[in-house]
Design a protein around this ligand. Structure first.
Ligand code: SF4
Length: 406
C-alpha cells in the first residue's frame, strides 16, 4: 500500500494546546565551577551575593507567568522540578524564601503537588539541607553522581568523589525521601565497557528507585571540546558506547529497573512524573535563567544572560517576562514533536490522545513515514499505541527525526 503523509498543507495552521499546564520547572543556575562537559545556562564561581536578587526575580517571574497564563483551578499543578545549575548550592536562607514564595504563588500550595524533585550535587548532601528540603515537601531528589571513578570525576571537573556520592544517596534514603534518583554518564574519556559496568553495579546496589544514564555529548565551547580537539583526551569508539548502553539495559532489568524512556530507568512507581509530562506532550510552565516553557502550543526560551534576566524582572510595573525566544508551533510541527517525543517512551505514542489533541488519525498524518518504518520492523502497534521495537531504541533518533520533517 502506498500512502502519503497527510500533514502537507498544515504548515501555517497554528496549534493551540487544549490542556492545562500541570508541571512547573524552576531553574537555579548557580554552580561552584563549570564542569568540563557542561553547556547549560549556568553561572559558575563565587555567586552567593546574587542568590537573593535571583530568588526575588524568580518569584516575580512566576507571578507574572501565572498572571498571563493562569493555572486552571480545577486542575492544580501536579509536579514541580527544581533543576540547575546546582540547586543544592543555593544559600539556605534563599531556599527558605523560595519555598515560602512557591507556597504563596502556587494555587493550592505545595501540598497539592504529587511530586517535587530537587537536583542535588553530592558535595552538598548534609543532613541539615536534606531535612530542610524534606520539611518543605520535596518528595524526590535527583543526585548528579555521573561516575564512581574518582579519576574520571576529576577529569570531568566534578567537585565530588565516589565516597561523597554514595554518602549522598544513603543519606537521602535514610532521611525518608520517597524517591531517590542518580544520574550517570557513559562514553566518558578513556572509559572502558568494564569500567562503566562497575559504575552501573555500584549505582544499582544503592537505595535508589530511578537511574538516568546519558551518553557524553561533547558540545562546542566546553572545556572537553577543546581538549578533544587538541588530542589531550580520547573518547571510546561508537561501538563501545553502544555496548555500554545495551549492557546497562540488561543489568538494570536484572535488578528490577524498567526502561521507561530511552535514558531513564525506574523500579515500578519510581518514574519521574514531571519528566513524563514532557515526553507525553503535556504543557508546562518554566521559570529561571535559560528555562524553556511550553504553554498553549507556544514554546518559549528565557534569556541565558543573568544581568538581562535580573533587569527584565526589576520590581515594579516595568517587570516583564524574560523571554528571548517565542515560537508558536504550527499543527504540523506539533504533530511531529508529539510523535518524536512519544516514541522515546516505552509506553509509546498514545494514538487516541493524538486524535484528541489534533482531531485526526496518527496514521492519516504519518502514513508514509510510519508504513516504511513499520515494514522495516522498526515500529510496531499494539493496544492503541505505536512503539519503537526494543532493538532499535538506542539508534531511534536517526530515523525518528523523519517525523519532525514529515
Ligand atoms: S554541576 Fe551540573 S549544571 Fe553545574 S556545571 Fe556541572 S554539569 Fe553543569
Amino acid at each position: 500500500m502506498t500512502r502519503a503523509n497527510g500533514s502537507s498543507g498544515e504548515g501555517g495552521v497554528p496549534f493551540v494546546h487544549p490542556e492545562p499546564a500541570r508541571a512547573l520547572y524552576i531553574h537555579l543556575p548557580f554552580c561552584r565551577a563549570r564542569c568540563a562537559f557542561c553547556d547549560f545556562p549556568v553561572v559558575a564561581g563565587k555567586t552567593e551575593h546574587l542568590h537573593g536578587p535571583y530568588v526575588d526575580a524568580l518569584l516575580r517571574e512566576l507571578e507574572l507567568l501565572f498572571s498571563y497564563f493562569p493555572p486552571d483551578p480545577s486542575h492544580p499543578l501536579r509536579t514541580l522540578y527544581v533543576g540547575g545549575g546546582t540547586p543544592s548550592f543555593l544559600a539556605r536562607a534563599e531556599w527558605e524564601r523560595l519555598a515560602a514564595g512557591i507556597e504563596r504563588v502556587l494555587p493550592g500550595g505545595i501540598a497539592s503537588l504529587e511530586e517535587w524533585t530537587v537536583e542535588l550535587n553530592p558535595e552538598d548532601a548534609d543532613p541539615e539541607l536534606l531535612r530542610m528540603l524534606r520539611a518543605f515537601g520535596v518528595t524526590r531528589v535527583s543526585i548528579g553522581v555521573q561516575s564512581f571513578d574518582d579519576a574520571l570525576l576529576a577529569a570531568l571537573g566534578r567537585v565530588h568523589d565516589a565516597a561523597r556520592a554514595v554518602h549522598a544517596v544513603e543519606l537521602a534514603a535514610d532521611l525518608g525521601f520517597p524517591h531517590v534518583s542518580v544520574d550517570l554518564m557513559y562514553g566518558l574519556p578513556s572509559q572502558t565497557v568494564s569500567a562503566w559496568l562497575r559504575d552501573v553495579e555500584r549505582a544499582l546496589e544503592l537505595p535508589v528507585d530511578h537511574v538516568s544514564a546519558y551518553a557524553l555529548g561533547v558540545e562546542p565551547g566546553t572545556r572537553l571540546f577543546g581538549e578533544l580537539r587538541r588530542g589531550r583526551i580520547a573518547l571510546p569508539e561508537d561501538d563501545a558506547v553502544a555496548e555500554m548502553y545495551e549492557r546497562f539495559v540488561e543489568r538494570a532489568a536484572a535488578r528490577g529497573f524498567r526502561r521507561y524512556e530511552v535514558s531513564n530507568f525506574a523500579r515500578p512507581g519510581g518514574e519521574s512524573r514531571h519528566n513524563l509530562a514532557y515526553w507525553r506532550y503535556e504543557p508546562y510552565y518554566a521559570v529561571g535563567l535559560g528555562a524553556h516553557g511550553f504553554l498553549r502550543g507556544i514554546r518559549t526560551a528565557n534569556t541565558r544572560h543573568l544581568q538581562t534576566y535580573l533587569r527584565r524582572l526589576v520590581p515594579g510595573p516595568r517587570a516583564d517576562l524574560p523571554w528571548a525566544e517565542v515560537r508558536a508551533l504550527s499543527r504540523a510541527e506539533a504533530m511531529g514533536e508529539f510523535a518524536f517525543l512519544g516514541f522515546r517512551l516505552a509506553e509509546g505514542v498514545d494514538l487516541a490522545r493524538f486524535r484528541r489533541l489534533f482531531g485526526v488519525s496518527f496514521f492519516d498524518v504519518f502514513a508514509l513515514t510510519f508504513d516504511r518504518l513499520f515494514a522495516a520492523g522498526i515500529l510496531t502497534v499494539d493496544g492503541g499505541r505505536a512503539y519503537v521495537r526494543e532493538r532499535w531504541v538506542y539508534v531511534q533518533n536517526s530515523f525518528l527525526s523523519e517525523f519532525l520533517l514529515a
